[in-house]
Design a protein around this ligand. Structure first.
Ligand SMILES: Cc1cc2nc3c(=O)[nH]c(=O)nc-3n(C[C@H](O)[C@H](O)[C@H](O)COP(=O)(O)O)c2cc1C
Length: 356
């Protein structure tokens, strides 16, 4: 139904306007118990103990969460949770409100099952997001932190630290986003010269808190494997809890068919799938599993979840898959995952992490 609607109607509408309408619909439906019950009955997956994941000191009903960027301000969390995502990443949130880049800045590549975006962290800012998060769903909530565009790189730590401290009471895990391609120079923070100081400063900020919560780094897919190894070494040195691999890519894999492939920005969706899976595998190998990975990039199905888990991810996330598959993504992908587990004789997901 969603695929039919998407092909014949939704794909003709402006991508960012459609996204706003979907968020508003989820916010309204998710605001009342009856609406949530309806969403759950229509879309939430059937879960059982074999799908449960324990990671970062938290419990997840199954491995599929919603990736950062879909609900940047945390306005539709109850609706999104009722669709069955086992965790949701809010943000990226910047300390001060900012508009992001000029429109148009979000493009569909339907022939490639992909998106290109150059949003540039539009954010209501941390104070507003903190208010939005006062009533949050029960599922584990990750909060993605960014820096304002106007903040120079050498002052980035202050931005991340301010957002971490302001939002700390509201999240279960925190993500340092240093990998968006749409904020000038941001990805330079992944270089060892900047990263060591950033991580040391954030570790200090965490230690000043009463309750310990996990802090993860989200990395780009456009780094060399050596650069990723260096990041992992630094992350382990600074006691970072895990890595999210990966953000969108500025590369354009050969064979893209859609006209929008020429747009500037980060590419996500099917063409990113194997690139990010290989990075998950690399991190798992070079850290001997000591740095848990959340795998993201091109997850549309149970087979895609299976692939990322086998490569070494403990959890996975989707964004583009949700746009293309619609609200039944989680139910369908988790049903497919259960079928694969049954066919392979796997009784618990922890048996397969990193076995490929
Ligand atoms: C429109 C759009 C906005 C995004 N915004 C963010 C963001 O604010 N923070 C972030 O960490 N990742 C952001 N991402 C990246 C996704 O979280 C994810 O890493 C990437 O899209 C790859 O996953 P996918 O192939 O399932 O889409 C965004 C992606 C898209 C398509």
């Amino acid at each position: 139904m969603y695929r039919f609607l998407y092909r014949h109607l939704l794909s003709r509408l402006d991508a960012e306007q459609m996204h706003g309408a979907a968020l508003r619909a989820l916010a309204v439906t998710g605001a009342v118990p009856l609406g949530r019950a309806l969403l759950r009955s229509l879309f939430a997956p059937r879960c059982d103990p074999s799908l449960r994941v324990q990671a970062f000191g938290l419990r997840f009903a199954h491995p599929l969460g919603l990736a950062g960027g879909f609900d940047k301000d945390g306005v539709a969390l109850h609706g999104l949770a009722a669709l069955g995502f086992s965790f949701i990443e809010v943000g990226t949130v910047t300390p001060l409100p900012q508009m992001g880049n000029a429109k148009p800045r979000l493009f569909r590549l339907p022939e490639d099952r992909a998106l290109i975006n150059r949003l540039g962290f539009p954010s209501s800012g941390m104070a507003r997001v903190a208010r939005n998060l006062r009533r949050r769903p029960a599922q584990p909530l990750a909060i993605s932190l960014g820096k304002n565009k106007a903040t120079p790189l050498h002052a980035a730590l202050q931005d991340y630290r301010a957002a971490l401290e302001r939002l700390y009471p509201y999240g279960d895990l925190f993500v340092i986003n240093i990998s968006s391609p749409n904020t000038p120079e941001l990805r330079n923070l992944q270089r060892a010269v900047y990263l060591a100081d950033l991580l040391a400063g954030l570790r200090q900020a965490l230690e000043a808190q009463d309750v310990a919560k996990p802090l993860l780094l989200k990395i780009a897919p456009d780094l060399s494997l050596d650069e990723i190894t260096t990041i992992c070494v630094l992350a382990l040195q600074h006691d970072i809890s895990g890595v999210i691999a990966t953000n969108t890519t500025v590369s354009r894999p050969s064979g893209l068919r859609s006209t929008a492939a020429r747009q500037i920005g980060g590419l996500s969706g099917a063409p990113l799938r194997s690139i990010s899976t290989e990075i998950v595998r690399h991190i798992r190998q070079v850290t001997a599993g000591k740095l848990p990975v959340i795998g993201v990039g091109g997850v549309f199905s149970g087979a895609d979840i299976w692939e990322k888990l086998r490569a070494g991810a403990v959890l996975v996330q989707a964004y583009s898959g949700f746009v293309y598959e619609g609200p039944s993504l989680v139910r369908r992908a988790i049903a497919e995952l259960r079928q694969i587990m049954a066919a392979e004789g796997v009784r618990n997901l922890s048996e397969i992490v990193g076995t490929a």
